[in-house]
Ligand binder design. Structure first.
Ligand code: PMP
Length: 388
């Protein structure tokens, strides 16, 4: 049996999206900037797509700026936002559990005169709002806290954090990549200034994303060129990718309620059965404020990488942390921020469910994993006798 449980790192593209993209690639190939009918066709379909993506988050079409993905949207929000709003101050606050792209962007900004502060999280990875209150002051330019963490699944109190930033007239950005297709995102309700969107997380193509920028918020471009996307993101638009993202967003809005209920049930079944079947296993992340598709469980005395390889031999694909940091072999900064020790953080597995998973898949993992853990523990000198 093949059981793919790494949907947080990469999702299959929805067949309805593929069909739409194939049509665009073969029929709507004009440059949207061209002054003829083929160009107008492309311009029209991008306009329609922008409206669909805007509707998905209850925003206005001219608040959506298409990019090459979440990383670029994060760059535009933080570098473009910081450079354009220097007068507000130089302090940038992020949480300790941000995606590596956010951490590295802000580190790069510290070499240009900005300062970085990290807001701590509790044992579940939830941002401590009282600590945020203490950190935000009149020197604060920007606060960036992710909507939800794709590795431990924890959902953040974004509305409350935004209100804290706004009390001091600081801008608020949130990276919603991991929340895409899982949580309702309503820009009128959340009140954030900028929000990063990713297409693949909606079962759209990879390499496409967008930044929502609330009307009136000023951002400098980071990509300079022909002035596409209202001058904020130059470069000929990726028409098929944008249409694919919009189709994926349209499908996600229709299916969100039912699918998130279904995934939450599968997730809870997976967590309950695995914790019950394997001694010395613990849930990482928040028990209830959690993404519907995420289960992150740690196993004492073993390495996540050894577990991943053994599971892959059985046709099960999972990950040990954020795919973007997988090659470093460092313990997850997210788990360390939750207070875990290095050796505890190393033995964690992230299961991210998706549209193609069902209860048979959960049963298959529950059948295979306990034996693998037992075998690996038997080989580890750290394992106490009673667990061997
Ligand atoms: N932010 C978060 C929270 C992510 O999980 C990822 C990776 N999926 C990114 C940003 C970067 O996305 P991409 O590699 O598609 O640019």
């Amino acid at each position: 049996m093949q059981v793919y449980l790494d949907n947080g790192a990469g999702k299959p593209v929805d067949p309805r999206v593929i069909e739409e993209m194939n049509r665009i690639n073969s029929e709507v190939y004009g440059n949207p900037a061209s002054f003829h009918s083929k160009g107008f066709d492309a311009l029209k379909i991008i306009k329609e797509s922008r409206a669909k993506v805007a509707a998905y988050i209850n925003a206005e079409p001219d608040e959506i700026f298409f990019t090459s993905g979440a990383t670029e949207a994060n760059n535009l929000a933080l570098i473009g936002g910081a450079n354009r709003n220097k007068k507000r101050g130089t302090k940038i606050i992020i949480s300790e559990v941000e995606h590596i792209s956010i951490i590295n962007i802000v580190k790069s900004l510290t070499r240009q005169g900005f300062s970085m502060e990290m807001c701590p999280v509790d044992q579940y990875g939830v941002v401590k709002l009282d600590e945020l209150e203490k950190l935000v002051d009149d020197e604060t330019l920007l606060v960036s806290i992710m909507t939800a963490n794709g590795e431990i699944g924890t959902i953040q109190p974004i509305k409350e954090a935004t209100e804290i930033a706004h009390k001091h007239e600081a801008l608020f950005h949130t990276d919603a990549t991991a929340a895409m297709g899982q949580l309702k995102l309503d820009m009128k309700e959340l009140g954030v200034d900028m929000l990063t969107l990713s297409s693949n997380d909606l079962y759209g193509p990879k390499g496409v994303g967008a930044l929502y920028v609330r009307k009136g918020v000023r951002v400098s471009p980071t990509m300079i060129g022909g002035g596409q996307e209202q001058g904020l993101r130059s470069g000929t638009e990726n028409t098929a990718g944008i249409v694919g993202m919009a189709k994926a967003a349209e499908i996600a809005s229709m299916e969100l309620d039912e699918e998130s209920k279904r995934l939450s049930m599968l997730r809870d079944m997976l967590i309950e059965k695995l914790l019950g079947a394997i001694p010395e296993s613990y849930l990482n992340g928040h028990p209830s404020k959690r993404l519907p598709n995420n289960a992150n469980i740690r196993y004492s005395f073993i390495e996540g990488e050894a577990l991943i390889m053994s599971l892959d031999d059985e046709g099960i694909q999972v990950s040990s942390g954020s795919a973007c940091a997988a090659k470093t072999l460092e313990p997850s900064h997210t788990l360390l921020a939750c207070g875990l020790k290095h050796e505890e953080a190393h033995g964690s597995l992230v299961f991210t469910l998706g549209k193609n998973n069902n209860s048979e898949h959960v049963e298959y993992v529950v059948e295979k994993l306990p034996g693998i853990v037992k075998r690996l523990r038997a080989m580890s000198p750290l394992t106490p006798k009673e667990l061997r």
